[in-house]
Write a protein that binds this ligand. Structure first.
Ligand SMILES: Cc1cc2nc3c(=O)[nH]c(=O)nc-3n(C[C@H](O)[C@H](O)[C@H](O)COP(=O)(O)OP(=O)(O)OC[C@H]3O[C@@H](n4cnc5c(N)ncnc54)[C@H](O)[C@@H]3O)c2cc1C
Length: 370
């Protein structure tokens, strides 16, 4: 018996929508990605590109397991996207040094050691031996050997090129105005250019996601969390691996630039960059790596992370709207979580055995709105 080819509409072409399309298209599903703008021009290319499963989690549990799954998938995923697209996403295995400046932070980091994977505590002297550009005022920190990085802009280019080669239809500058319900099921979307139907409708619209469920009386707790970043360059390399404190991070890129991030602001859908925030960020980075005081300024930008109150993504079927699948709310970790999200959503739609239980991320879980 031959199986019927199916189709999917993916609303939102950021890294999450694209990673889902990648998995579905490779399983023979005809995918159409629809975006209100150009693909990957929102949070996904504003990111720093850290794959920080260890650095970003503060407790064991389902979220950590999701991060670890994605981290394990990354190398093969990046190789395969490279093979199909011909473009490298600049996956660099450099690890992260998470430095502490005060006793409270040191205690918090030491408290992670019993459950966190591939982490070791380094004294200040050991940290400075690895990265001599660090401030002598650090108290020590964690070496997180498996928290690697990619370049989000190259990742976006690679994934988009691969999706085109896989035959995905990409509709840019086409906002989805509403979801279409027929006989109690979500079966399509309405755009200014007309309606579109498919076997699967997936919404991966980032910080904007709740606008599409609200007309059905379903308010999702998604909100934008602005992050401003700076890119700078130093005359000689200031650091070699990513360094991170509780107030900023510095990510060295292959072109010799350093990405310094990021502010964390609940300021609506506003993406302006402010001199005060940027100079504060620069001051914090200089406290960690003093050589940055004299760095050359390259540029600044901001993006809107799709936040949720419990800090967990929202992924899976929404019982109140049969037929609809959601994949949103990846907050600070959407770049890291892309391979696992694509794979888990494919497993859900194709009724395959799941690598991980999606229940903790279900849109049906009690969701705190404010
Ligand atoms: C400054 C900053 C630094 C970050 N650093 C990291 C990092 O180091 N590592 C990491 O893992 N993560 C990082 N993140 C988080 C990561 O960028 C996000 O979690 C991720 O990009 C979310 O991807 P997304 O596809 O859900 O959202 P987005 O990239 O925002 O994409 C959503 C898309 O949906 C489209 N859309 C919305 N509504 C509609 C509609 N009605 N119709 C059609 N299209 C629609 C939008 O136009 C957009 O293209 C960072 C984020 C920021 C802002």
């Amino acid at each position: 018996m031959t199986s019927r080819a199916t189709s999917a509409i993916i609303v939102g072409g950021g890294i999450i929508g694209c990673s889902i399309a990648w998995e579905l298209a490779r399983s023979g599903i005809r995918c159409t990605i629809i975006d209100k703008g150009a693909l990957n021009q929102e949070a996904s290319t504003a990111a720093a590109g850290m794959l920080g499963a260890q650095v970003e989690t503060h407790q064991p549990g389902a979220f950590y397991e999701l991060c670890r799954l994605s981290q394990r998938l990354y190398r093969d995923w990046s190789d395969e996207v490279h093979r199909i697209s011909g473009i490298s996403m600049q996956y660099i295995e450099g690890g992260i040094l998470r430095a502490a400046f005060d006793q409270e932070d040191e205690q918090e980091l030491l408290g992670r050691l019993p459950w966190i994977q591939n982490a070791e505590w380094l004294s200040a002297a050991d940290m400075l031996a690895l990265e001599s550009g660090l401030s002598p005022h650090i108290r020590g920190g964690l070496r997180l050997a498996q928290d690697h990085q990619v370049h989000p802009v190259h990742l976006a280019e690679a994934l988009q090129a691969a999706l085109r080669k896989l035959g995905c239809a990409i509709r840019e500058w086409t906002p989805v105005h509403s979801l279409i319900e027929r006989q109690g099921r979500i079966e399509g979307v309405r755009t200014a250019e007309g309606v579109l139907f498919a076997d699967h409708v997936i919404v991966s619209a980032g910080a904007w996601g709740s606008a599409l469920t609200e007309p059905f009386g379903i308010e999702l707790p998604l909100f934008p969390v602005k992050g401003q970043c700076i890119s700078v360059r130093t005359e000689t390399p200031a650091i070699h691996s990513t360094v991170f404190t509780k107030s900023c991070y510095i990510v060295p890129k292959l072109d010799g630039s350093l990405t310094i991030g990021a502010t964390q602001e609940e300021a609506g859908f506003n993406k302006q960059c402010h001199i005060s925030s940027i100079s504060e960020l620069h001051a914090k980075a200089t406290e960690l790596v003093p050589q940055l005081a004299k760095a050359e300024f390259i540029r600044t930008w901001a993006g809107l992370r799709p936040g949720t109150r419990d800090g967990m993504p929202i992924m899976g079927y929404l019982t109140q709207l049969p037929g609809l699948v959601l994949a949103m709310g990846h907050y600070r970790n959407g770049i890291l979580l892309a391979p696992a999200t694509g794979r888990l959503i494919r497993q859900l739609l194709l009724n395959e055995r799941a690598d991980l239980d999606l229940a903790p991320f279900s849109p049906d879980r009690p969701l705190q709105l404010v």
